[in-house]
Design a protein around this ligand. Sequence first.
Ligand code: 5AD
Ligand code: SF4
Length: 481
Amino acid sequence: MNKKDYSEYFVKPSLKEAVKRTKTTTEIVKDEYKLDEKYLLGKDKTYFIRTFGCQANLRDEETIAGILELMGYTKSEDITKSDIILLNTCAVRENAEERVFGEVGHLKAIRQINPDVIFGVCGCMVQQESIVEEILKRAPHIDLIFGTHNINRLPELIYQTYMSKERVVEVFSKEGEVYENLPVKRNDSLKAWVNIMYGCDKFCTYCIVPYTRGKERSRLLADIIEEVKCLKEQGYKEVTLLGQNVNAYGKDLKLGYDFATLLEECAKTGIERIRFTTSHPWNFTDRMVDVIAKYDNIMNHIHLPIQSGSDEILRKMARRYTYAEYKELYNKLRDTLPNCSITTDIIVGFPNETEEQFQKTLDAVNELEYDSAFTFIYSPREGTPAAKMVDNVPMEVKKERFNRLVEAVTRSAKKRNEAYVGKVLKVLVEGPSKKNEDVLSGYSEENKLVNFKGSKDLVGKIVNVKITLAKSWTLEGEAIE
Ligand code: 5AD
Ligand code: SF4
């Protein structure tokens, strides 16, 4: 049942539209999310969602799952036996996109077993015109494409997919309202993602996110606190507050509160653990530092992307800080929050990066000694300013620099971890380790993955673990009374 033509449900994205920012304040929709009877299409049917990319996408998957369950679908563990299969995609680097195209290809075989299956592609990738064109051309078996701003419309889009003989494509380029009452089916019963804002207005020159996720839109403080309280009541031990740049929280609302206020109010709910991500180094206020220091239930971990150690590259990236300014903030955090771990993101091979400029990044890693870092080779993203820059750095050079960077990061992570040997860390036990059933694993307050021997009844509890061995990316220890 390959659908060939285009239905009236055919709205393609435009990066040109997505880049525009309007001054209007965020509109928040609080109506109950109710479904008309015609949308209860999922009786005796199952769904399967595969998500790529960041926490925002994982949280979107939970909303999509919530909507599908409201429609009557149940979750399937077996992709080949599912009635609706969705690929929830990431656009941040090219290799993520290549993996999705691989998956799109694999789906085809499932139609042989199940001719009525619906295949859908959603998420950041399909916010780009060129990708939608490519799917339409290369993958006629895909029935449904919908964007990050169209999730709330899923029941109607699925209904149209069943009813029409054509492919359904609906990708709005402009973000719409913030929907408060979308259903959610969470993937975890201990740790929960909580969106505090959507979108990004920073426009770092390499990054596609401001185009795929739209402008910054904050949720109301009271709604977020209500959600955190609810999660606490349901027995959740940890929440992670999510935003592309949490420091910008509240600015669009103009209600006189900011991220520091929100963080403090969250802490006062008494939920056991609060994390947040991501913090842009720009506008990380002293009040935020003070609040983190004041409350024990705000975890000792800050993810503070540096991207590069070279001022010239940072300027070309439009990161709004110099290395000296970053270092000043970094040192302030280390001094005020001595038990805090700090991690980062780094890009190597930005267009025309010289060996000297790369060396500045290596120097930064060696000087700052991060607890850990995500490292990436620069990937041009169509529509971003950096993608227009002529690039004279060959890929072999980028790869060689990348390897040197990974070496430096591994060394500093190992060194930081070694300082924990002999210390006691509080670990929220998630379950048996993937490699060994007798070993439990979980994350410490500092976001260190800790493995230790213990009985399964500790799962879900916060346990004191004395660290006995440090590896680069994990710690080992023993539970103590
Ligand atoms: N190429 C490589 N890495 C990128 N990131 C974002 N855009 C790109 C790109 N075009 C990285 C940044 C960001 C992280 C989430 O992904 O380091 O902080
Ligand atoms: Fe992308 Fe920069 Fe926004 Fe982060 S702050 S999402 S890197 S544009």
